[in-house]
Write a protein that binds this ligand. Structure first.
Ligand code: NDP
Ligand code: OXD
Length: 309
């Protein structure tokens, strides 16, 4: 069996070592040195160029190095009829929960105001806000969002989650579907986004949605930049609908040097690092799927192409 690896941001070496140790017969090839494309059975990829998969006539599966497969599914030339798998947690749940908790605490404990006060050399203690008065609303309670919810519940925050289907998670108030979105937003002080990017969720966090949050709410986006209408976030920050935003993902990455987010006093920017797929945590999942592919068994973590996640 031959595998083609493509990523501009992941080092292929730890993947090759882990996979070769478990499956010594597997032929691990790294783009662009792929030899004869007809040999390739399976790819292991992060954001390959549009149409890249067309070159493999005998492809049997596509394994994503990421949890989100939006970039793959946007490729209209992706081969039909073969499974696409995604990372299911694979060490990212813990990292994402840490980032979400940090973002919520940053705003709850007024660290943005204190950073500003420090820049101005001002000693200004602010009124504390009790944790019970800082409800957190999580968009998406899947593999990753549910772990963030559990951590925030353990920290004492009132936590509510919005999903497509009803959830029953300890300490988390469940809201689902468009009919419950208004109630969900109205009781949310910090909105934390864990949705997958699909045709339904693209541009979802726009001015109209932000206006349905209580005035002076906060946004933490660690899912995808495409969820957010960036100009609307800037306007909401300007008119006070939003009091602050922590953003890890952007419509266009890397964020351009002249983007207003970089220097906005109420925005924290990180470069898509909320969770990073590490071979040491995630290789086992890939190896399991390669074994299954070899043995003709159904793969795990298969994406529903029609649903988009
Ligand atoms: P899952 O597929 O496990 O969970 C998705 C959740 O979103 C589910 O609860 C689902 O609801 C909900 N959802 C999807 N569509 C809708 C909709 N239209 N309306 C309401 N709810 C919806 O995904 P993960 O938790 O594994 O990952 C979430 C995302 O996090 C990834 O897609 C990726 O974009 C992002 N990510 C970002 C990283 C970073 O470093 N910044 C790292 C890793 C992931 P239901 O349960 O009802 O189906
Ligand atoms: C992912 C990501 O989806 O890193 O895994 O964004």
């Amino acid at each position: 069996m031959a595998l083609a690896f493509y990523s501009e941001t992941d080092d292929p070496r730890p993947w090759r070592e882990a996979i070769r140790a478990a499956l010594p017969d597997l032929d691990f090839r790294i783009a662009p040195d792929l030899g004869n494309p007809s040999d390739i059975d399976v790819t292991l990829v992060w954001k390959p160029p549009r149409g890249w998969h067309r070159q493999f006539p005998n492809l049997r599966a596509i394994l994503s190095l990421g949890a989100g497969v939006d970039a793959l599914l946007e490729d209209t030339e992706l081969p039909e009829g073969i499974p696409i798998t995604r990372m299911v947690d694979a060490g990212m749940g813990r990292q994402m929960a840490e980032y979400a908790a940090y973002g919520v605490m940053h705003f709850h404990r007024r660290m943005d105001d204190y950073a500003q006060a420090q820049r101005e050399g001002r000693w200004t203690p602010l009124e504390p806000v009790a944790v019970r008065d800082f409800p957190v609303g999580i968009l998406g309670l899947g593999v990753l969002g549910a772990q963030a919810a559990a951590l925030l519940v353990a920290m004492g925050y009132p936590v509510r989650g919005w999903t497509r289907s009803r959830k029953s998670l300890a300490g988390v108030e469940s809201f689902c579907g468009m009919q419950e979105l208004d109630r969900f937003l109205a009781g949310t002080r910090a909105l934390v986004n864990f949705l997958p990017l699909t045709p339904e969720t693209r541009g979802f966090i726009d001015g109209a949605l932000l206006a349905r949050l209580p005035r002076g709410a906060y946004l933490v986006n660690l899912a995808r930049g495409g969820h957010v209408v960036e100009d609307d976030v800037l306007s909401a920050l300007e008119d006070g609908a939003l009091a602050g935003a922590m953003l890890d993902v952007f419509a266009k990455e890397p964020l351009s040097a002249d983007h207003p987010f970089w220097r906005h006093p109420r925005v924290v920017v990180t470069p898509h690092v909320a969770a990073v797929t590490q071979a040491e945590d995630a290789a086992a999942q890939v190896i399991e799927n390669l074994r299954r592919l070899r043995d003709g068994e159904p793969l795990r973590g298969v994406v529903d192409r029609a649903r988009g996640y």
